[in-house]
Design a protein around this ligand. Sequence first.
Ligand code: SF4
Ligand code: SF4
Length: 187
Amino acid sequence: MAPIPGSGLAKGLAVTLRTMTRKSVTAQYPDTQPALPPRSRGVIGLFEENCTVCMLCARECPDWCIYIDSHKETVPPAAPGGRERSRNVLDRFAIDFSLCMYCGICIEVCPFDALFWSPEFEYAETDIRDLTHERDKLREWMWTVPAPPALDPGAEEPKEIAAARKTAEKLAAAQAEPRTDPQEGQP
Ligand code: SF4
Ligand code: SF4
C-alpha cells in the first residue's frame, strides 16, 4: 500500500513535539552544579602524617602516575643502651591526574590510611603539566574529604575503641584504689 502523502512529515513532527515537551536531562554545567553522591571519586587527598613511604601505592598503581621520593634518617635510641633506628622521610609525593584513571587501587592498598577520595572535581587546567599535583596540593584536597559515615548502631565496636576503653577503665580503677602507706602498721 502506498504511504499517505505527508505521513512521514507528520511522524517527524510528532517526534519533535514529544521531545520538546519532555523534561530536559541536560545539566547546564557550570551554571548548574551536578548533584553528585557525597563520596564521588573526584580527586585524591594525601594525609602525609600517616604515610610511611612504604611505596605500595606507587607500585600497585596501574598507570604508574604516583611519584614518591624519600631519604632515610637515623633516629636515636628510645632508651639508653638501645639501638639506633632508621626511618623513611618523605621528600616528594605527587600524583599525575592526566594519567590517573581513578581506579582507587592506591587508596585501597594503602595500609596506613594516608590516601582518601575527595568529591572535588573542578581542577581542569589549560597546561597538562599542572595536572601533576604535588604534596601541598594533595594535602589541600585532604580538607575536602567528607567525614566517614557514622557506624551502624548495631555494629560490633571497633577493637581499637574497645582496647582504649579497657585501658581507661584499668587506669581509673588503679586511681580509685585507696593508697596503702608503706609506713602504716609499723611500730
Ligand atoms: S586511582 Fe588508580 S590510576 Fe589513579 S593514582 Fe590511584 S592507583 Fe593510580
Ligand atoms: S601506600 Fe600509603 S603509606 Fe605507603 S607510600 Fe603510599 S600513601 Fe604512603
